[in-house]
Design a protein around this ligand. Structure first.
Ligand code: TRP
Length: 333
């Protein structure tokens, strides 16, 4: 692992929540310690095709950047930058268009879902679809291929994009009879057993309004945890931990011993939901307490964040320039 280059992009579509922490931020920072280099960028260009996301790109870019910096990644190995700061990525994306078939893009899940919705509503099939959405997978391939990434941590919903990246890379190598791009591999987070439900038991997500922000105030954290859905079992009754949202969230933060202890107490009866929620609150709060200040200080020191992003863009930019030059050489002589 220690010679691998890791890369992932995070769209600035909102304030990161506990699901993002457990599913994306934590594993990424951990992985960065065991690998050669990690490129983590805020995929602001990818947010542009969505009108709703467009309004808050700048503030959400800071939110995402700060949420990662608060966990203190090694600045030598963890290269944090803003996608749009690297002009080369847009150029590589347009170059890659020439080896990407339109038919491949027609198969993209996100595009197809849009088309299906249009048809169901009796609209023209491409109504409201811009080329940013249609070519989204090509820009994503450019992101990944520009930095020679080996491993790309992703959610299950992004698996197809990685397949497309590999297809595009292989099509390029084939067309130009040279191994210019290496084929990256996906690291799918769901496979590692992470299941982070929201307050209502569905996957924690902005769109369900069932989330808890990572750095929310202590009283907000408590109030939200107290809102977690439960059934009406009395404290004395034994409970199945695997059917409990409280337990499912708890496992994501607890040590194996703590998890086993809570599991046994669910099974044995005698643990009321109120007490379990209080313990869940204390566990999460103990982990995040010290970080709230760090987060707040960073929010108040955008200059520092700008500097980190600038430095990240310098490092990423150097590699991008070198690799784009090579691609242009192969394509244009
Ligand atoms: N499409 C990804 C998402 O929606 C974000 C993303 C953009 C990305 N470029 C990337 C992820 C490159 C990994 C690699 O989550």
């Amino acid at each position: 692992m220690n010679n691998k280059i890791v890369l992932t992009g995070i769209k600035p579509t909102g304030i990161p929540h506990l699901g993002n922490l457990v599913g994306v931020i934590d594993p990424l920072i951990k992985l960065s310690y065991d690998t050669k280099r990690t490129f983590a960028f805020i995929a602001d260009l990818h947010a542009l095709n969505d009108v709703k996301a467009r309004a808050n790109i700048k503030s959400n870019t800071y939110e995402v950047a700060i949420s990662m910096l608060a966990f203190n990644p090694d600045p030598e190995k963890f290269i944090l930058f803003r996608q749009s700061d690297i002009a080369e990525v847009s150029q590589l994306s347009s170059l890659l268009m020439n080896v990407t078939s339109k038919g491949l893009m027609n198969k993209a899940h996100a595009y197809k879902a849009f088309v299906d919705k249009n048809i169901a509503n009796g609209f023209d099939k491409d109504a409201g679809i811009n080329m940013g959405l249609f070519t989204y997978p090509i820009l994503m391939a450019a992101d990944i291929l520009l930095y020679n990434a080996d491993l790309v941590p992703l959610g299950q919903d992004q698996r197809q994009h990685l397949e497309f990246t590999r297809d595009i890379a292989a099509a390029f190598n084939h067309a130009y009879k040279e191994n210019v791009f290496k084929l990256p591999e996906a690291l799918i987070s769901e496979k590692t057993g992470i299941m982070m439900p929201g307050l209502d038991g569905r996957k924690m997500s902005k769109s369900y309004d069932n989330y808890i922000n990572i750095f929310c105030a202590e009283d907000v954290l408590k109030k939200k945890i107290m809102k977690i859905k439960t059934d009406s079992k009395t404290p004395a009754e034994p409970k199945n931990p695997d059917e409990s949202i409280i337990f499912a969230i708890y496992q994501n933060f607890a040590s194996p011993d703590e998890t086993k202890n809570m599991r046994d107490r669910f099974l044995n009866g005698g643990l009321g939901y109120g007490t379990a929620k209080q313990e869940l609150f204390e566990l999460i709060n103990s982990r995040l307490k010290g970080l709230r200040n760090i987060y707040q200080n960073l929010i108040n020191d955008k200059k520092h964040v700008d500097n980190v992003l600038k430095r990240g863009a310098e490092i990423a930019g150097e590699i991008a320039q070198k690799n784009l030059k090579k691609v242009k050489q192969v394509m244009l002589g």
